[in-house]
Design a binder for this molecule. Structure first.
Ligand SMILES: Nc1nc2c(c(=O)[nH]1)N[C@H]1C(S)=C(S)[C@@H](COP(=O)(O)OP(=O)(O)OC[C@H]3O[C@@H](n4cnc5c(=O)[nH]c(N)nc54)[C@H](O)[C@@H]3O)O[C@H]1N2
Ligand SMILES: Nc1nc2c(c(=O)[nH]1)N[C@H]1C(S)=C(S)[C@@H](COP(=O)(O)OP(=O)(O)OC[C@H]3O[C@@H](n4cnc5c(=O)[nH]c(N)nc54)[C@H](O)[C@@H]3O)O[C@H]1N2
Ligand SMILES: [Mo]
Length: 776
C-alpha cells in the first residue's frame, strides 16, 4: 500500500498532464475585484445565459416555479438550506436554478456516443465536456476488448453486480459510497442491502464535509445535528457566520441575513476571505428590491482570521466573556451552566490559562478585534453560530466545533428560540442519508432495531469511510465499489492515489445521471447505471412515487418530480438498489421489488426502524413535512453525563512554518462540487481561470511573484511526501498573510491521502501545507 501511495505521490514520478476540469476558457484570464451586491441582477443575468445554453428556456422556468413548494414540487437539489417556513414563498437562487437546469438539459449520452468514443479517448476530455454531453440514457458495461462502454440490459447488469458480490470471500470486500443527493427511501434500502450482505462499509460524502460537526455535536450535546430551525434564524439577535461562502454555496441564506439586518440583528462574518455574503445583497425574490437595485447589508462585522485560526478566536471570545463575568453577573447564564452542563470549571480554568498573546498569534487577529466579536456576543440575548467547511476540514475540526458549543453554553444559547448551533450542510440530503442509516460507525441501538424490524443480522464491526475505502483498495482488500451518485474519483483527496486505487477493483458500479470522471477511472469490470433525477416523474406499479429528504435544520418533506424522464430506460434509485439487492441476495426475505412498487411501503418500514420517523407516511404529507425531534433542543442531552459537556482542548498550532503557507481548497461560484459550469468566479472577480491561487500581496512580493504571475505549488504531507501543481496564476487578494486559497477538485492532487484528521478522519482540505514559488 505504501508503495502504491509513494508511486502516485512522488514528485519524481511526474504523472502525465491531467485534462482540465473546467471548460476551455472563453478568453484570457481576468481579475477585477467585485464590488456589486450578491444575488440581484448579476445572478439573474447569469441564470438567463445558463438557461439559454442548456436549451431549457421553457422547461427551466416552469420547473423553478415548482421548486421547494409545499409538497407539490420537488426539493431543490442545490443545497440543504431549509425551505421558507412561510410555505409558498418563491425562495430560489441562482445556483439552485443552475443545478436544476443542469439536470434538465435536452442533451443525451446514448449508445452511439459510447460507440464513437473509447474510454481512453474520453479520459483526455475535460470534466466539463464529459458532463456537458447531457443525461445518460441506458445501462452500459465496460468492454475491455474494445475499450468502449457497450449497452447491457438492466437484468444482466444486476446479475453482474449480484454474481460479483456473491463471489467475494468476505462481504467487507465491497464498499458502498453515497453522495448526499440520494432520497431517504433509496438510502434506507441501500444501507439495508449492505448490512444484509454483511458489511458496514458505507462511506459517504459527509466523511469529507461534516463528519467533524457530527462527532463534535454528538460528544458535546448527544446529537449529531444542529438544534436550530429557520424560525430561530428569524429571531436571533446575533448571527455568527463562520467558514462558509454563503452567496455561492447556500445562497438562500442571503435572504435570512438580509431579513436579520432589517430587523437590527448583528451579523458577524468570520472568514479569511471577505466573501460576497459578508457585504450586501439584493434579495432575488423581492421584486421591488430587484427593480430598484435596492441593496441590503448582510454584515455588521467582518473578521478575517488566519486559516485554522477559528478555535483561537472562539477561545478569545469565551475568555473575554469570562473576564467580564467577574464584574457583570449577567455575562454568564449561571443557572443554565449549573443545571444543564458539565465541565464548566475546567473550561474556565483553561480559558484563564490561555494567554491573549497565544490567542492573537493563533487566530491571526488582534485582541481588539476579538473583543469586538465578544461584545456582540455578550450583548445579544439570543445567538446562533453557523458554520461550514471552513471549520470542519481541518485536523482540529472537532475541537473547533466543540469550542463553538462551549461559547454557546456560557450564555445558555441552547434549547430556546433564536439560539444554538447551526451547521450548514452540503448536499441537499446529506443529513437525511445519515439519519436513514448511511453510517460506517452505526450505533448498537440502530442496528438492534434494524435487525428486529427487517429481520436481518447486521454486522457489528464498524466499516470503512471514504479514506479507508481508498486505502483498502490499495491493499487489495476492497474489490467492489458501488457509487450511489457522486463523483468519487474526483471528489476524494490525492487524485492519482484515488485513481490507482479504483483501478485495482474487480468491479466498479456508478449510479449516475451524467457522464463523469468516475466512469473513466474504473475497475476491471465497470457499470454505468443511469437513474432518474429529482425533477423527473417516478412511475412505479402503484402509481407516481415521491421521495423524502431532510434539510440542514432537520425538516423532512416530500419531493415529487414532474418532468418526463430523460429516457424511457432510466430506473429510479430505489429500483436500482432493489435490482442489485435481489441479484446479490437470492435467499433474502426482504421484499425488495414489493417495496419499490409503492414507496409508502418503504416508509412504513422506516417508521418502525428509525428513531423520529413514527407515523412517517402521514406526517411527511403535512404541508411542510415534519421536524425530526431534537433532544438537545429540549435540553435533553444523550451524553454520558446527561448534560451538555464543555470540552477543554488545548489550542492547536496552526501558524505556518516560515516560508510555507496554509492553503484552503474551495469552490468557485460557478461549480457544484465536481460539476463545473464555467471558468468564472463572479463574486471573487475571476474570469476564464480556475488554475489560480489567491495570495496576500506581501506574500507574493516576498517571493517575487507578479500579479497573475505563474507559480508552482508544492504541498508537503505529514509523511514528508510531496505533491505539486505547476503553472497556476497568483491572484493578489484580501487574505491574511501566510494563507492561500484555490479551487477543488483541481487541488485535490495536493491533499495527501494519509493527511486526514485524527479527530474526525476527515481529509484535511482547508489547511494544506504548501510552498509557492514563481513557476520554474
Ligand atoms: N453552488 C454550490 N452550492 C453548494 C456546493 C457547490 O459546490 N456549489 N457544494 C455543497 C456542499 S457538498 C457543501 S459541503 C457546501 C460547502 O460550502 P462551503 O463551506 O462554503 O464550501 P467551500 O467552497 O469549501 O468554502 C469554504 C469557505 O470557508 C472559508 N475558509 C477556508 N478556510 C477557513 C478557515 O480556516 N476558517 C474560516 N472561518 N473560514 C475558512 C473559505 O474562504 C470559504 O469561504 O456547499 C454546498 N452547496
Ligand atoms: N479538495 C477538496 N475536495 C473536496 C472538498 C473540498 O472542499 N476540497 N469537498 C468535499 C465535499 S464537502 C463533498 S460533499 C465531496 C463531493 O463529492 P460527490 O458528492 O461525490 O461529488 P459531486 O460532484 O457532488 O457529484 C456529481 C455527480 O453526481 C451525479 N448525480 C447528480 N445528480 C444525481 C442524482 O440525482 N442521482 C445520482 N445517482 N447521481 C447524481 C452526477 O453524475 C454528477 O456527475 O467533495 C469533497 N472533496
Ligand atoms: Mo459536502
Amino acid at each position: 500500500m505504501e508503495g502504491l501511495k509513494a508511486l502516485s505521490a512522488d514528485q519524481d514520478e511526474q504523472q502525465p498532464l491531467e485534462p482540465a476540469v473546467g471548460p476551455a476558457p472563453e478568453g484570457d484570464p481576468e481579475f477585477h475585484p467585485y464590488h456589486h451586491p450578491a444575488a440581484g441582477w448579476g445572478a439573474a443575468k447569469s441564470v438567463t445565459r445558463f438557461l439559454v445554453r442548456e436549451g431549457a428556456l421553457v422547461d427551466g422556468p416552469r420547473a423553478i416555479m415548482r421548486m421547494n413548494h409545499e409538497n407539490t414540487g420537488f426539493d431543490c437539489p442545490g443545497c440543504a438550506w431549509p425551505d421558507d417556513t412561510k410555505g409558498l414563498h418563491l425562495d430560489i437562487c441562482e445556483n439552485g436554478i443552475k443545478h436544476v437546469t443542469w439536470e434538465m438539459t435536452r442533451k443525451r449520452v446514448g449508445r452511439e456516443f459510447f460507440a464513437a468514443h473509447s474510454v481512453t479517448e474520453l479520459s483526455g476530455w475535460s470534466d466539463y465536456d464529459l458532463e456537458n454531453q447531457g443525461r445518460l440514457t441506458e445501462p452500459m458495461v465496460y468492454d475491455p476488448e474494445s475499450d468502449h462502454y457497450v449497452p447491457i440490459s438492466w437484468k444482466d447488469a444486476f446479475e453482474l453486480v449480484g454474481s460479483t458480490l456473491r463471489g467475494l470471500d468476505d462481504p467487507n470486500q465491497a464498499s458502498f459510497y453515497t453522495s448526499g443527493r440520494l432520497g431517504n427511501e433509496a438510502t434506507f434500502l441501500y444501507q439495508l442491502m449492505a448490512r444484509e450482505l454483511g458489511t458496514n462499509n458505507l462511506p459517504d460524502c459527509s466523511n469529507m464535509c461534516h463528519e467533524a460537526s457530527g462527532r463534535a455535536l454528538q460528544a458535546s450535546l448527544g446529537t449529531g445535528k444542529g438544534t436550530v430551525d429557520l424560525k430561530d434564524w428569524e429571531s436571533a439577535d446575533a448571527l455568527f457566520i463562520m467558514g462558509v461562502n454563503a452567496a455561492s454555496n447556500a445562497p438562500r441564506m442571503l435572504t435570512a441575513l438580509a431579513e436579520a439586518y432589517h430587523r437590527g440583528a448583528q451579523i458577524v462574518h468570520i472568514n479569511p476571505l471577505v466573501e460576497a455574503a459578508a457585504t450586501r445583497t439584493i434579495v432575488p425574490h423581492d421584486f421591488t428590491d430587484m427593480a430598484l437595485f435596492r441593496t441590503t447589508r448582510t454584515s455588521t462585522l467582518n473578521l478575517q482570521p488566519r486559516i485554522g485560526g477559528d478555535m483561537a478566536l472562539l477561545r478569545g471570545m469565551a475568555k473575554s466573556i469570562l473576564e467580564q463575568s467577574e464584574s457583570d453577573p449577567k455575562a454568564l447564564d449561571r443557572e443554565f451552566i449549573e443545571r444543564h452542563t458539565a465541565g464548566f470549571e475546567e473550561y474556565r480554568a483553561l480559558c484563564e490559562a490561555t494567554p491573549w498573546a497565544e490567542i492573537e498569534t493563533q487566530s491571526g487577529l488582534s485582541r481588539a478585534d476579538i473583543l469586538k466579536a465578544a461584545r456582540v456576543y455578550g450583548e445579544a440575548d439570543r445567538s446562533i453560530v453557523s458554520w461550514c467547511l471552513g471549520l470542519t476540514q481541518h485536523e482540529h475540526g472537532v475541537d473547533t466545533v466543540r469550542e463553538i458549543v462551549n461559547l454557546l453554553l456560557l450564555r445558555g444559547n441552547l434549547g430556546r428560540e433564536g439560539a444554538g448551533p447551526s451547521p450548514v450542510r452540503g448536499h441537499s440530503n446529506v443529513q437525511g442519508n445519515r439519519t436513514c442509516g448511511i453510517d460506517h460507525r452505526p450505533s448498537d441501538e440502530f442496528l438492534d432495531r434494524l435487525a428486529e424490524v427487517c429481520e436481518i443480522r447486521p454486522p457489528r464491526e464498524h466499516g470503512l469511510d471514504t479514506v479507508d475505502t481508498i486505502k483498502a483498495m490499495q491493499r487489495g482488500d476492497v474489490k467492489v465499489f458501488v457509487g450511489m451518485g457522486g463523483n468519487f474519483a474526483l471528489a476524494a483527496p490525492d487524485t492519482p492515489a484515488t485513481y490507482a486505487a479504483l483501478r485495482t477493483c474487480e468491479l466498479t458500479v456508478q449510479v449516475s445521471t451524467k457522464l463523469n470522471r468516475s466512469h473513466l477511472v474504473h475497475g476491471r469490470r465497470a457499470l454505468i447505471l443511469p437513474c432518474l433525477g429529482r425533477t423527473e416523474k417516478d412511475h412505479q406499479r402503484k402509481g407516481v412515487q415521491s421521495t423524502s429528504v431532510e434539510d440542514s435544520m432537520s425538516m423532512v418533506h416530500l419531493s415529487i418530480g414532474m418532468k418526463r424522464p430523460a429516457s424511457p430506460h432510466l430506473l429510479s434509485e430505489p429500483a436500482i438498489v432493489a435490482g442489485m439487492a435481489h441479484a446479490a441476495l437470492p435467499d433474502s426475505n426482504t421484499p425488495w421489488h414489493w417495496y419499490v412498487e409503492d414507496y409508502d411501503r418503504i416508509r412504513d418500514t422506516m417508521a418502525r426502524a428509525l428513531d423520529g420517523f413514527e407515523d412517517f407516511n402521514r406526517r411527511v404529507r403535512l404541508p411542510l413535512g415534519f421536524r425530526i425531534k431534537q433532544p438537545a433542543r429540549e435540553l435533553v442531552f444523550l451524553t454520558p453525563s446527561g448534560r451538555a459537556e464543555f470540552s477543554a482542548a488545548a489550542l492547536p498550532d496552526v501558524v505556518p512554518a516560515p516560508g510555507t503557507l496554509a492553503l484552503g481548497t474551495m469552490r468557485s461560484h460557478d461549480q457544484w462540487n465536481t460539476t463545473i459550469y464555467s471558468d468564472n468566479d463572479r463574486y471573487r472577480g475571476i474570469k476564464n481561470l480556475r488554475t489560480l491561487v489567491f495570495m496576500n500581496r506581501a506574500d507574493m512580493r516576498e517571493r517575487g511573484i507578479a500579479d497573475l504571475g505563474p507559480v508552482d505549488i508544492t504541498s508537503t504531507a505529514r509523511d514528508g511526501s510531496r505533491r505539486s501543481v505547476t503553472g497556476y496564476l497568483a491572484i493578489p487578494y484580501d487574505i491574511p498573510r501566510g494563507c492561500a486559497a484555490g479551487y477543488m477538485p483541481e487541488m485535490n492532487v495536493l491533499c495527501a491521502l494519509g493527511d486526514y484528521s485524527t479527530q474526525s478522519d476527515q481529509p484535511i482540505m482547508k489547511h494544506v501545507k504548501v510552498t509557492i514559488d514563481p513557476a520554474a
